[in-house]
Design a protein around this ligand. Structure first.
Ligand code: FAD
Ligand code: A2P
Length: 324
């Protein structure tokens, strides 16, 4: 069977450039974590009505945020991108309120890193994520974008099935996509199969967990799987990464990935695609998702080095990758 390469919509890009950003106004900014954790992740809603971003941000795209202040060299801070976490029709149904999922970047200060921001008590605080996370309703924020033209839902949603694979804040676009596919105010829920796989360190770090468990109980075609890396599992085995979950449950995921209707979306930590590519190639499930370069073809994927994969494996028509 030939695979169905998804036809993607034409996405508007860069309507608000860095040189001419728009001003959004924060509507709400609340934790979207399941429980208390060492991390801090918010769901941030921003009103962009009356700006070129209104009605022009597609789910899967991102927008830019310009944090106020200057870097240690006295230059204005560079733009940082944040994935859109709402459907293309926004949080309000009209594309006036968009949202994202910022995670505070906090670490012990490391003098060997090229630090762009201040330190406090030996802690390095990322500039833009901490700025975003502490914004309050009514605050103004400078935005750019939208950005991205490939990590999008297909034009014909019902023609495809979906495997969404996230780590951490990589879940952001899948919140919007799942809502758009299942709760669209005009089209009603899709009958396509949707599998969402989410990787997090602890159960408390799961993001938008109530939404996804709610969608899974309401829609038989929505399946929510979690891979918790730092907790012992009920059967006594160690925690796992998402590609290990796919590997362990290949009897379930193999036929889904083999189905020519399926489109695979990968979003989150840079490097998360490596293990997935290895596992999929090992099970001969790469067809339509990625091309394996000459140097690697014919070799055992288990032996592939990450640097070889970065150079020699390229996503193709049915595989969308957004890692950062
Ligand atoms: P920065 O101030 O930029 O700090 C990070 C930099 O600090 C590093 O690059 C390094 O140079 C330096 N550094 C790192 N560790 C240390 C240390 N220990 N000591 C000193 N210096 C150090 N993020 C989200 O949270 N949610 C999203 O939805 C999201 N979507 C994205 C979508 C796309 C397409 C892309 C490209 C990125 C996305 N990001 C998202 C990441 C986001 O753009 C920022 O990179 C992230 O929020 C960190 O930015 P920051 O300004 O807080 O950190
Ligand atoms: P761990 O941190 O235990 O190594 P968060 O962004 O909230 O930290 O979550 C990211 C999740 O992705 C964590 O569970 C993290 O595990 C996991 N992870 C880290 N590296 C990879 C990788 N290369 N492939 C898949 N998952 C990864």
């Amino acid at each position: 069977m030939t695979a169905d390469i998804p036809v993607l919509p034409d996405a508007a890009k860069n309507l608000a450039p860095v040189k001419d950003p728009v001003i959004g106004r924060v509507v709400s900014n609340n934790s979207c974590m399941k429980g208390k954790s060492a991390s801090f992740v918010r769901h941030t809603e921003i009103d962009v009505s009356g700006t070129p971003l209104e009605g022009n941000c597609l789910v899967g795209q991102s927008f830019g945020v310009l944090a106020p202040g200057k870097d240690p060299k006295g230059k204005t801070h560079k733009v940082r991108l944040y994935s859109i976490a709402c459907p293309s029709y926004g949080e309000d149904g009209e594309g006036k309120i968009i949202s994202t999922t910022p995670k505070r970047f906090i670490d012990e200060f490391n003098a060997e890193e090229k630090s762009p921001g201040p330190t406090e008590n030996g802690l390095f605080l990322g500039v833009c994520s901490n700025y975003l996370c502490k914004l309050e309703p009514g605050d103004k924020v400078k935005l750019t974008g939208p950005s991205g033209k490939r990590f999008l839902l297909p034009v014909d949603r019902d023609k495809h099935d979906y495997v969404f694979i996230a780590t951490g804040t990589g879940i952001a676009p899948f919140r919007g996509m799942a809502m758009e596919l299942l709760s669209h105010p005009d089209h009603g829920p899709t009958t396509s199969q949707i599998h969402l796989l989410m990787g997090a360190p602890y159960t408390s770090d799961l993001l938008y967990d109530d939404l996804f468990t709610g969608l899974a109980s309401k829609h038989d075609n929505f399946h929510y799987h979690t891979a918790i890396s730092r907790e012992t599992r009920p059967d006594g085995s160690r925690g796992c990464y998402i590609h290990q979950l796919v590997d362990e449950q290949i009897a379930q995921f193999g036929p889904i990935l083999e189905n020519p209707r399926t489109v695979l979306y990968i979003c989150g930590l840079a490097g998360m695609q490596i293990g997935l590519y290895q596992s999929m190639a090992h099970h001969k499930l790469n067809n339509g998702y990625f091309k394996i370069g000459e140097k690697l073809s014919g070799t055992d994927p288990i032996d592939w080095e990450p640097s070889q994969i970065r150079r020699g494996v390229k996503a193709t028509g049915r595989c969308m990758v957004e890692v950062y």
